[in-house]
Design a protein around this ligand. Structure first.
Ligand SMILES: [Zn+2]
Ligand SMILES: [Zn+2]
Length: 96
């Protein structure tokens, strides 16, 4: 386990970091890597750089470019859901 360097109490994992009740949080990359395996859609925040950018109309700000990825949401015989994230306002939406 990991202990807080400030107050020596036990750190709790949260948002991919180790956090302490005193406010300390660890940005240790190794800890973040472990958490990536159970990431969900909403957790995608700092990974935009690896996503392809396509032409898509953002209904929030009218921008025409968005990051794009797909995800199989339910069973394999259902079409995968397409996700977009506006490069400008960072809003995310989906298409079926
Ligand atoms: Zn602490
Ligand atoms: Zn937008």
């Amino acid at each position: 386990m990991f202990c807080c360097p400030k107050c020596s109490s036990l750190l709790m994992p949260k948002d991919g970091k180790m956090k302490c009740s005193c406010g300390y949080s660890s940005n240790d990359d190794k800890l973040v890597d472990k958490k990536k395996e159970n990431k969900k859609i909403e957790v995608r925040k700092d990974e935009d750089e690896s996503l392809p950018i396509i032409k898509a109309d953002c209904k929030y700000c009218g921008n025409e470019k968005a990051y794009f990825w797909t995800m199989q949401t339910r069973s394999a015989d259902e079409p995968e859901t397409r996700f977009f994230r506006c490069v400008k306002c960072k809003k995310t939406w989906r298409e079926y």
